[in-house]
Ligand binder design. Structure first.
Ligand code: NAD
Length: 486
């Protein structure tokens, strides 16, 4: 499968860039499937000019009129679900089932944006006799969204539908590793009737992200990616006095107790660390086994053996990323971790291309390791087991993580579950759930080094992020007496 060379999308048209081109590689077979421009400041300026031109008309519409475009867009997403899943499969490598789930999530996120007119109906208060104050959510202007490789469709939908439904005009900077999906997003938004200039794409990498952070006409930036870059983007954009919300890396701890339902827990834990080949910020990374849990751990290993690279497990995004994960496993092994399941040796299914960047599920047991507890994000289908005697020890290990996206507990005891939920230092907690992200509406966001900025990226708190409140206080009564401060 090959795709045409990627262009920017500016003012409703696909536009070439003068910037250098980068190959886009398919992780399923290592073949170049397209190329993407490293856009220049001139490209960004053009996109911002288009967005500024479109803003008065778009923001001047009623929210219900804007939502009509999102309703049509949702139908188009649904109609093209299979085609979109296929694009994600080719450019990111994830299984068709994972890719389909990602598009389904995008549809739900769009549904939330369709309900914006109801959510932002605002407050009217009779503040004094004859005096009322009403609040209105007003858009910010031109805003930007910078996205990572691991969810080419869903993560852009964390921001695009809400930001535009609320009246903003957006510049999307997709991951240069997976730029094809964004092309279809632009085409579908246009088909849905979105006016030219409201949504624009400027492709590229580090330099264009820095230019976005510096541009005086961009009012707010949302970023999703690794913590190192999230910090750079947060510091740079806020020092330029922009509103900023940047989501970073993760290392999620799952705590399993001996009373947990063995089959359900094993299924969920296996799916959590192997889904999307472990390349998701909500993936299980460390499993803390409290007490006698061998009967559950054995089932996890049995389940994981059924996950075969190329059959029901997609590849790692790049050769380099796979090498990094293998180095991590080698290092753990050298430090004394026992390899309970070795993905380095797993055979690739005969239906898959051997040149794909595959790595099998790997389970490391740190019980006898002469190494400190694992702290780094691995971002692959690797789970590290730590065995402890008490729940307190388990919670304390979680709390030593610098990240704070998610943590889950597997138990049949409500009291234990509530204790874990209360004490773990994360934004999203799962109880007998390996990936604690429910159906929309949901307020997605971690804590600590997994997020910089106030509020969450989806759900109601994103409404606050993409708008500013106008407070209008009026007095129409004829009475002269004022019983308020003036
Ligand atoms: P990344 O940080 O390498 O890239 C993210 C974006 O930043 C891309 O658009 C890229 O072009 C840009 N970028 C890369 N280096 C840059 C630099 N030095 N300066 C400015 N911009 C730069 O992340 P990735 O590899 O695409 O994605 C994987 C990471 O994203 C993982 O760490 C994962 O945990 C994280 N992630 C987090 C969440 C979350 O919700 N917290 C969700 C998805 C992914």
């Amino acid at each position: 499968m090959k795709y045409p060379e990627i262009k920017n999308f500016i003012d409703g048209k696909f536009t070439s860039s003068e910037g250098k081109k980068l190959d886009v590689t398919c992780p399923l077979n290592g073949e170049v499937i397209s190329n993407v421009p490293l856009s220049t400041i001139t490209d960004l300026d053009k996109a911002i000019t288009a967005a500024k031109k479109a803003f008065p008309l778009w923001s001047g519409l009623t929210s219900k009129k804007r939502a009509e475009v999102l309703f049509s867009y949702r139908a188009i997403l649904k109609k093209n679900l299979n085609e979109l899943a296929e694009i994600i499969h080719y450019e990111n490598g994830k299984n068709i089932s994972d890719a389909t789930a990602e598009v389904e999530k995008s549809i739900e996120l769009t549904e939330f944006a369709c309900s914006v007119p109801q959510i932002i109906s605002g407050d009217i208060m009779k503040v004094s006799e004859g005096v009322t104050c009403r609040t209105e959510y007003t858009p910010l202007g031109v805003v930007a969204s910078i996205t990572p490789f691991n969810f080419p469709n869903m993560v852009p939908h964390w921001t695009i539908p809400n930001a535009i439904a609320l009246g903003n005009c957006m510049i999307l900077k997709p991951s240069e590793v997976v730029p094809v999906t964004a092309v279809r997003i632009a085409e579908m938004l246009k088909e849905a009737g979105l006016p030219d200039g409201v949504f624009n794409i400027v492709n590229g990498g580090k330099e264009i992200v820095e230019a976005i952070c510096d541009h005086p006409d961009i009012k707010a930036i949302s970023f999703v990616g690794s913590t190192d870059v999230a910090k750079i983007v947060y510091k740079r954009s806020t020092s330029n006095l922009k509103r900023s919300l940047t989501l970073g890396s993760a290392k999620n701890h799952l705590i399993v107790l001996s009373d947990a339902n063995p089959d359900l827990s094993a299924t969920d834990i296996t799916a959590s660390f192997t889904g999307t080949a472990g390349q998701r910020c909500m993936a299980a990374s460390v499993l803390i086994a409290v007490g006698k849990t061998d009967h559950i751990l054995e089932k996890i290993i049995i389940n994981s053996r059924k996950i075969k690279p190329g059959l029901n497990l997609g590849p790692i995004i790049s050769k380099k990323a796979r090498e990094k994960i293998i180095n991590y496993i080698n290092k753990a092994e050298n430090a004394g971790a026992t390899i309970l399941l070795d993905g380095r040796k797993t055979e690739i299914d005969s239906s898959a291309d051997k040149a794909g960047f595959y790595l099998g599920p790997t389970i490391l047991d740190y019980t006898n390791a002469k190494t400190p507890i694992p702290l780094e994000e691995v971002f692959g289908p690797v789970m590290e087991i730590i065995r402890v005697d008490t729940l307190d020890e388990a919670i304390n290990i979680q709390k030593r993580s610098r990240y704070g996206n998610a943590s889950s507990v597997f138990t049949q005891s409500g009291g234990v579950a509530e204790e874990v939920a209360k004490k773990v230092n994360v934004g999203m907690v799962g109880i007998n759930i390996g990936v604690p992200v429910p159906r929309e509406p949901f307020s997605f966001g971690g804590w600590n080094d997994s997020k910089f900025g106030v509020g969450d990226i989806t759900g109601k708190s994103s409404i606050e992020f993409w708008t500013q409140l106008k407070k209008i206080t009026g007095k129409w009564s004829k009475q002269e007496k004022q019983d308020w401060m003036s």
